[in-house]
Design a protein around this ligand. Structure first.
Ligand code: FES
Ligand code: FES
Length: 148
């Protein structure tokens, strides 16, 4: 089947299988920042935005995204680089596998909440797991980033 998706501001017409999931469709089409870890909606590494809202792309059938606006980290590169500098400074980036999904979640949170408390940040990031660095450094980096 054919779907049309707006990906990072570019309209794409893609041929997919009816049972394909968005994470795989994106990766197959070159958006390799989208990482798949668990493939069952529990790790957050595949987070992208649909119509500006963060979603776990491993659990969204591509067909359901027909006509929607998809954003991957490639689409918010400048902002992502700024946040990444704060994460690096706190030693958060080790294997780096979780980082694109984490960044997409934090940037969505920044748009959605203002003056977030530490508790609100922790709650928003519940779905983004990191097996390497723990979460204290992430929290410090995110707070500094939001205060910038
Ligand atoms: S790969 Fe999607 S949540 Fe883990
Ligand atoms: S830095 Fe390795 S999983 Fe987060």
């Amino acid at each position: 089947m054919i779907v049309s998706l707006s990906i990072n501001g570019e309209m794409k017409i893609l041929e997919i299988n009816p049972d394909d999931f968005l994470a795989d469709t994106l990766r197959k089409n070159g958006y390799t920042s989208v990482k798949t870890g668990c493939d069952e909606a529990t790790c957050g590494s595949c987070t992208v935005w649909i119509d500006e809202k963060p979603v776990l792309s491993c659990s969204v059938p591509t067909a359901q995204a027909e006509g929607k606006k998809i954003t991957t980290i490639e689409g918010v590169q400048t902002e992502a680089e700024v946040l990444a500098k704060f994460l690096v400074a706190e030693g958060v980036v080790q294997c780096g596998y979780c980082i694109p999904g984490l960044i997409m979640t934090v940037l969505a949170m920044k748009r959605e909440l203002s003056h977030s408390t530490e508790q609100e940040i922790a709650h928003y990031l519940t779905g983004n797991l990191c097996r390497c660095s723990g979460y204290m450094g992430q929290m410090r980096a995110i707070i500094k980033y939001l205060e910038m």
